[in-house]
Design a protein around this ligand. Structure first.
Ligand SMILES: [Zn+2]
Length: 242
C-alpha cells in the first residue's frame, strides 16, 4: 500500500472492509486469487473508488452496496498496477435494471461511456453476467472502464497521465498492425467487435487479458506482454499480478 492508501485505510471502518472482502471473494475471481497483502490493498482501493464516485440508478431500481462493490472492483482490477485510483472526469456511474437505448435510436446498450453527460452507464444484468462467467472474455464493466481510462489519459496533463506514454504508444503500434488481421478473421483471440477501431480493441483486449490471460499469452505473447506493460501487471500470476 502506498502512503495515500495507508492513510485512507486508517479511516475505513473494519466492518466496511470485511463486507467488501466477503462480497469480492464471492464475485470477483481476480480478487479471490490475490495474496492476502494484495487483497488488503484491493479492498482499500475499492472503497476509495466507491466513496468518491456518485452512483445513480433508474427510479425504482435499488442499487445495493453489493452491486456498487462489484462494479467498483472492475475499475480497481484494471488499475491495480497503476497509480490512478479514481476517475476524475467520469464521476457518475448510472446503473439500469435492463439493457437501455437512447431516445430516437434503435440500438440497445448494456453499457456506454457518455462523454457529454460524463457518465458511465451500465446495465446490471450485463455486469452480473460479466463477473459470474469468469473466463469467456466478456466483462462489460472492465470494457467501459477501459474506455474511461483512455479518455482520461488523453485529457490529462503530463503529470496526471494514467499510462506511460512510451508503453501506450508501443501498444498502439502493435494494435494498429493487428486491426486489419482481426477484421479479416485472421487474429481470433478477441471477439469480432475488437476490429471496430483502436478504442474498442483496447477495451476488448482488456476483457480477454483479465478473463483469458493464459490463452491470450499463448496466442500472441508479444501483444500480451505489451498489454501487461501498459497496465503494469500480469494476471497470469494470480496471487501477485504486480
Ligand atoms: Zn466499447
Amino acid at each position: 500500500m502506498n502512503v495515500k492508501h495507508t492513510f485512507v485505510n486508517f479511516f475505513l471502518k473494519t466492518s466496511s472492509k470485511q463486507e467488501c472482502h466477503e462480497v469480492l471473494t464471492i464475485w470477483n475471481s481476480y480478487y479471490a486469487a490475490l495474496s492476502e497483502k494484495h487483497q488488503e490493498s484491493f479492498v482499500v482501493r475499492t472503497l476509495l473508488f466507491l466513496n468518491t464516485t456518485d452512483f445513480g440508478s433508474t427510479e425504482g431500481f435499488e442499487l445495493t452496496t453489493e452491486m456498487k462493490l462489484v462494479i467498483s472492483s472492475a475499475f480497481v482490477q484494471i488499475t491495480f498496477g497503476l497509480k490512478k485510483d479514481v476517475l476524475n472526469i467520469f464521476k457518475t456511474i448510472f446503473v439500469t435494471p435492463t439493457s437501455y437505448s437512447y431516445t430516437g435510436r434503435a440500438i440497445l446498450y448494456d453499457g456506454d461511456v457518455n462523454t457529454v453527460t460524463k457518465r458511465v452507464n451500465l446495465s446490471w444484468p450485463a455486469v452480473e453476467k460479466g463477473f459470474v462467467i469468469t473466463n469467456d472474455g466478456l466483462n462489460i464493466a472492465i470494457h467501459e472502464f477501459s474506455h474511461c481510462l483512455i479518455i482520461e489519459n488523453s485529457n490529462g496533463s503530463f503529470l496526471s497521465k494514467v499510462f506511460n506514454n512510451t508503453d501506450l504508444n508501443a501498444w498502439k503500434e502493435l494494435a494498429t498492425q493487428k486491426l486489419p488481421l482481426i477484421r479479416e478473421g485472421n487474429f481470433t483471440i478477441f471477439r469480432d467487435y475488437a476490429g471496430t477501431n483502436l478504442m474498442e480493441l483496447f477495451a476488448t483486449a482488456l476483457e480477454t487479458f483479465f478473463e483469458q490471460p493464459h490463452e491470450f499469452y499463448s496466442y500472441a505473447p508479444t501483444f500480451y506482454r505489451t498489454t501487461a506493460k501498459v497496465l503494469k501487471q500480469d494476471p497470469r500470476n494470480g496471487k501477485n499480478p504486480k
